[in-house]
Ligand binder design. Structure first.
Ligand code: NAD
Length: 260
């Protein structure tokens, strides 16, 4: 169980990361929140989660486009919480454009934040997990870590990279009490996705239900969004005793997308 374990969740002041942090806190984990900002709201959010769930929760700012900052996040978490048992690599950004028009700086930022940050945080966290004799690495990849869509070259490349690196981490820790897995969500209802609904309704002249089912969820056979609570529950499952022999694999939470 995650009770009293220390979990670092990257990119967790919003969306899926926040949902994962909240679920781990609900189950008794001590949680480190992160994003690149360092506002009063960020620290207030950590205090609110600690209060709601009767656990410890702190906020540590780090811009994960920078490798040294990724490693410093793990070191600060270990200093402040005494250990790092669970690492959830969740921070991510998106940009949509044809490959011939894709801005090179967007490519670099997506590869750095969505993929290379996982290398740095994992490299810093594994020695701590080894010392503690238990560890879980959970990478939030995507259906786009297993399949592609047009106009998302950097994102699809980064997420495939995350799935590949997950397998390597699993092999390097195979005979230790550490596992590494990737969760591959389809469309999840987050503020980011919610914002696209009125835009899509307007663009296609559709009502909300039609815009959601026929445009946003065109490739999600269930025609339902996954929820951040469901992703949080999947992370918690991967941290449970039942998942001890689950390593180096992906769990899709995509309403059937990758079965198509
Ligand atoms: P979101 O924008 O709500 O959250 C992204 C988080 O990453 C935020 O907390 C943001 O502050 C943080 N972040 C961005 N750049 C950062 C940086 N440089 N340093 C540190 N933190 C940074 O988006 P989300 O939908 O919750 O996405 C979270 C993860 O889930 C991403 O990796 C995304 O690719 C993945 N994902 C999302 C969906 C979906 O439908 N929402 C589907 C599949 C995968």
């Amino acid at each position: 169980s995650v009770k009293d374990k220390v979990a670092v969740v990257t990119g967790s002041n919003s969306g899926i990361g926040l949902g994962v942090a909240e679920e781990l806190a609900r189950q008794g984990a001590r949680v480190v929140l992160n994003s690149y900002t360092d506002s009063e709201d960020d620290h207030a959010l950590a205090a609110r989660i600690a209060e709601d769930h009767g656990t410890e929760c702190i906020y540590v700012s780090a811009d994960l486009s920078n490798g040294d900052a990724c490693r410093a996040l793990i070191e600060t978490a270990a200093q402040k919480m005494g250990r790092v048992d669970i690492l959830v690599n969740n921070a991510g950004i998106q940009h949509v454009a044809g490959i011939d028009e894709f801005p090179a700086e967007k490519w670099d930022a997506i590869i750095a934040i969505n993929m290379t940050s996982n290398f740095h945080t994992t490299a810093a966290a594994l020695p701590l997990m080894r010392k503690a004799g238990w560890g879980r690495v959970v990478n939030i990849a995507s259906a786009h870590g297993l399949t592609a869509s047009p106009y998302k070259s950097a994102y699809v490349a980064a997420k495939h990279g995350v799935v590949g690196m997950t397998k390597v981490v699993a092999l390097e820790t195979a005979q230790e009490p550490i596992t590494a897995n990737a969760i591959c969500p389809g469309y999840v209802m987050t503020p980011l996705v919610e914002k696209q609904i009125p835009e899509t309704m307007e663009k296609y002249g559709m009502d909300r239900d039609t815009a959601v089912k026929e445009v946003l969820l065109a490739r999600q056979p269930s025609k339902e969004f996954a929820t951040v609570e469901q992703i949080g529950g999947t992370v918690a499952f991967l941290c449970s005793d039942a998942a001890t022999q689950i390593t180096g694999t992906t769990i899709s939470v995509d309403g059937g997308w990758t079965a198509l």
